[in-house]
Design a protein around this ligand. Structure first.
Ligand code: FAD
Length: 520
């Protein structure tokens, strides 16, 4: 049996196998030549002290002890070409992991995705960044891989079910992600690596006899006696099956409208909304690592901050170290921000959503929209921001201190947001109560993270697609919609996930529920 050890070492030792072996040989008092292999089981950064340490959990194999490099393998996916069909709408993490799980269960997924494959999608991202053109079916939220494809690919989740999380991480590794994601406390993949992984997942689905239909938008659900019969696509085609996993994400407003129109029960759900703040990465490094220069062995520093302001939580969301702010609108006439990073997180800027928890009563001015009140509230802010910034994909921007002092910034330096910015007093974008909380909140943030409240930081607005503004309720035991048999609301759009990992887990769970019925 290898000896397992918890230890703290300098970043330099943690980054160098030879130095680490030397260090361990002293710790366990054996000669360095006696150490056959060191496996790192867990890695995290402890930045609480001035001299930053890396926490490691290692397994040490001495000479003569059995040691075999473990390669993570894909599950045994059989051929499902002739098997019973299940429709999966949406090829985001929820839809793709549902499809893989269905194949494992011997069922045939037919994945229906409104957007293009990962490569075709790139042209549309360029069009939104450079030409300010938003394709309503192909953008940062819609297309193969869903909203997570061109993201930072952070893979942490608040889910306490470690087994479920590990299974999804191992699947990512089996499809090509670095094994580091299995040991890092805060793993991430990066926007340059995700597309290939997602393409490989799709190819596996097809190789096993599943179907993936791109540029195919669901426009209607066929229902008889409160039971799913199939779907209709925008091409007028009908696909028949009595099990439907609906994993269309938090931005599929037409899906929420369709369900509302068909009187399929949905309800408004609180979400969070605010701005995306961008600082120089070197400034965040110096705050988080208490140093002038982070050196070559530490990664660009992330941050996470939460405060109670005016009785509400205001917190950092989807923080991207060394990242870029992306234009994430899904329709013309609106602007939306979010962030991504390459795997090395080597851009000069750090960005994060800074958002405030909303409550259902905030949607009162939109009460006439019923279950869609939150969605209309969200839309109104995105459209106002679009108008204020000049009716293109430019976003309203303001320096952070200027915002807290209610002063329009006289200039906005170039930021990572490629379509550009327009200097706007942010108070015009948001309802008064949100502006007030944001102003107070940034002042509070500046007290606990010295240097954070600075005019070097630029706020972009709005950060509005944090989670779904609608819940599609399902039975907690069967995962079936509370009213329509055979309909499985799934992932972030249905209100049952927040992030790549939890969406993937939810996709698997819905598939398992279907398997339990069909394979009885
Ligand atoms: P989605 O990924 O939204 O997928 C839904 C899919 O359904 C889309 O592909 C869409 O095109 C399709 N669809 C919608 N309507 C229809 C229709 N009518 N017919 C057919 N198809 C339809 N999360 C993290 O955990 N870590 C991160 O670092 C991270 N960074 C992000 C960065 C950006 C820029 C964005 C936009 C999101 C980020 N997220 C991140 C959030 C994460 O991407 C989502 O939580 C996750 O993708 C939700 O998965 P999902 O499968 O439920 O939905």
């Amino acid at each position: 049996m290898p000896q397992e050890l918890l230890l703290q070492v300098s970043p330099e030792i943690a980054a160098n196998d030879l130095l680490l072996k030397n260090h361990l040989s002293k710790q366990i008092t054996v000669s360095v030549n006696e150490i056959q292999h060191v496996s790192i089981l867990k890695r995290s950064i402890d930045a609480r002290q001035k001299a930053i340490k890396i926490n490691l959990k290692v397994a040490i194999y001495l000479k003569g002890e059995p040691f075999q490099e473990q390669k993570i393998q894909l599950p045994d996916y059989g051929n499902v070409a002739g098997a019973q069909e299940v429709i999966v709408v949406g090829a985001g993490p929820a839809g793709l992991f549902a499809a893989l799980q269905l194949i494992e269960l011997g069922l045939k997924p037919i994945v229906v995705e409104r957007g293009k494959d990962v490569r075709g999608r790139r042209r549309d991202l360029k069009a939104i960044n450079v030409d300010h053109l938003v394709n309503e079916d192909s953008n940062y939220c819609f297309g193969e891989g869903g909203a997570g494809t061109y993201s930072d690919g952070k893979l942490y989740t608040r889910s306490k079910k470690r087994g479920d999380v590990t299974r999804v991480l191992e699947l990512f590794v089996a499809f090509g992600a670095s094994e580091d994601i299995l040991i890092e406390a805060h793993p991430h993949i990066g926007t340059n690596k995700l597309p290939q992984i997602i393409q490989d997942i799709r190819e596996k689905i097809i190789e096993c006899g599943g179907q993936v239909l791109f540029e195919t938008r669901l426009t209607d659900i066929l229902i008889k006696n409160n039971e799913v019969q199939g779907i209709v696509t925008h091409k007028g085609e009908t696909i028949l099956a009595n099990k439907l996993i609906l994993a269309t994400g938090h931005s599929a407003r037409d899906i929420f409208e369709l369900l509302d129109r068909k009187q399929i029960f949905i309800e408004a759900k609180p979400f969070a909304l605010g701005v995306r703040a961008e600082h120089p990465q070197s400034l965040i490094d110096s705050i988080q690592y208490s140093c002038d220069y982070r050196g070559e062995f530490l990664p660009p520093a992330p941050y996470s901050i939460v405060k109670q302001v005016g009785g509400r939580g205001m917190y950092s969301f989807c923080m991207c170290p060394g990242g870029v702010i992306a234009p994430c609108a899904t329709s013309p006439g609106e602007v939306v921000t979010n962030g991504w990073s390459p795997s090395k997180r080597d851009q000069a800027t750090a960005n994060s959503g800074i958002v405030i928890e909303l409550q259902l009563e905030d949607f009162k001015p939109f009460a006439k929209f019923g279950a869609l009140a939150g969605m209309e509230f969200q839309k109104s802010i995105e459209q106002r921001a679009w108008h204020l910034a000049g009716e293109s994909q430019k976003v309203p921007a303001q320096r952070m201190v200027d915002f807290t002092q209610n002063r329009v910034s006289s200039d906005i330096p170039k930021t990572s947001y490629v379509p550009g910015t327009t200097s706007v007093e942010m108070g015009q974008v948001f309802p008064g109560f949100l502006t007030q909380i944001l102003r107070e909140g940034f002042t509070e943030f500046g007290k606990s993270m010295r240097g954070y409240l600075t005019n070097e930081a630029i706020l972009h607005a709005p950060e509005s697609r944090t989670s779904s503004p609608v819940r599609i309720p399902r039975d907690p035991l069967t995962y079936e919609h509370v009213q329509i048999k055979g309909l499985y609301p799934c992932g972030e759009g249905a209100g049952y996930a927040g992030g790549i990992i939890s969406a993937a887990i939810d996709g698997e769970k819905c598939a398992l529920m279907i398997g339990a019925i069909l394979n009885k």
